[in-house]
Design a protein. Structure first.
Ligand SMILES: [Zn+2]
Length: 365
């Protein structure tokens, strides 16, 4: 549960400190009130004062019990306390963790401050055949350089639910990074210029978002997993798992582990890459075992021409395709139904259980 004895002692002492503070306050209040009633009863033996004194002592006694309970809860679940940090820009939330998993929700934010201009379109540069992402680039090209601004509904909530469920499954929390800016203002799954249009505050938030992920990555001593949480609009009710293998490559079977975001773990296991990707012990296989559909998986090995997202900027940047990183990345694009209010709690539980199985199978030393 705790990585080192030092971690445990540190968390225990922070819990005890809080308990002592709360406990002392209630103790003092309780004793003072008791003493006041004893004084009152000494001077006038009044039945009303006596009843009031007994009620007061009972209720303050309950408060005392509550304070002790809170103290012990703090000791038992120290991770639940004060682990959320909001970045300097005010738009990125980071939840510290001890598990070797990072969850990110780049498209789940709703904040649309009017001080930041909307990401609408860039200008087309015909010489280099690319878009220039800026509001001052001249004539904007809404055909070739239109920015994608559709948010991924409920993915912030989904990430936080998976966090809680991972704690239930493992007794430890993953690292979580949330972008609270709407995609109209910042796209935290694009390179910096397309993500921010060169605007100051979005640039700062973009640096913070990736900075938290980078620093979590450096805290790992062994293999770890980065999970980028998104939502797809396709009508298939499955989770599209992106490893940087295109839909047509999945259809043809023409892909190589060295060009994927799980390159590192693929080089460390005995099973074939095809098994790791879509066999019974693949991440998709575990999701299937937990009652939800995913692709690729044993049931759905390939999209067969249907809509499928294979992974974006974050999966490339934070995974192991470069051949040096020991952090593997998977993009999860969940369906509208999987993210719906009624299904989301069970789906988050299934994702957490599947992540735990994947971690136990391939990422524990
Ligand atoms: Zn997305």
């Amino acid at each position: 549960m705790f990585h080192t004895v030092f971690d445990f002692v540190e968390l225990l002492s922070s819990g005890l400190t809080l308990w002592t503070k709360m406990g002392f306050g209630f103790w003092k209040k309780w004793l003072t009130q008791c003493w006041n009633y004893v004084k009152a009863l000494r001077t006038t033996l009044n039945i009303i004062v006596l009843i009031k004194a007994i009620i007061k002592m009972l209720t303050t006694g309950i408060l005392l019990c509550l304070s002790i309970f809170t103290g012990f809860t703090t000791i038992s679940f120290p991770n639940a306390m004060n682990l959320k940090v909001t970045s300097n820009s005010g738009y990125i939330d980071y939840y510290e963790g001890t598990l070797n998993i990072i969850l990110a929700a780049p498209h789940g934010g709703d904040d649309k401050p009017s001080s930041i201009p909307d990401r609408d379109a860039g200008c087309y540069d015909p010489i280099n055949n690319k878009c220039i992402w800026s509001h001052d680039c001249g004539s904007k090209d809404f055909d070739r350089c239109k920015a994608t601004t559709v948010n991924d509904f409920a993915t912030k909530d989904l990430a936080l639910r998976v966090r809680e469920q991972l704690f239930v499954e493992t007794g430890a929390y993953p690292h979580v990074v949330i972008n609270n800016l709407h995609r109209l203002k910042l796209d935290a799954n694009r390179d910096k210029s397309e993500a921010t249009f060169g605007e100051e505050i979005p640039e700062q938030a973009w640096e913070e978002f990736h900075g938290y992920i980078d620093s979590a990555k450096t805290s790992f001593h062994n293999r770890a997993i980065f999970i980028d949480i998104h939502g797809h609009p396709h009508k298939n009710n499955w989770a599209e798992l992106g490893y940087l293998i295109s839909g047509s490559q999945l259809d043809s079977g023409n892909f190589y582990a060295e060009r994927t975001s799980i390159r590192h773990v693929a080089s460390q296991v005995c099973i074939s890459f095809n098994e790791l990707l879509r066999g019974p012990s693949s991440f998709g296989g575990f999701i299937q075992n937990n009652g939800f559909d995913a692709i690729p998986s044993p049931r759905h090995p390939a999209p067969n021409g249907r809509g499928y997202f294979s992974g974006g900027y974050n999966t490339r940047r934070h995974g192991s395709m470069d051949g040096t990183s020991r952090v593997d990345a998977i993009q999860i694009e969940s369906s509208n139904e999987q993210r719906s209010e009624g299904v989301r709690p069970a789906y988050a539980r299934a994702l957490a259980k599947s992540l735990k199985s994947f971690l136990d199978e391939y990422h524990s030393e």
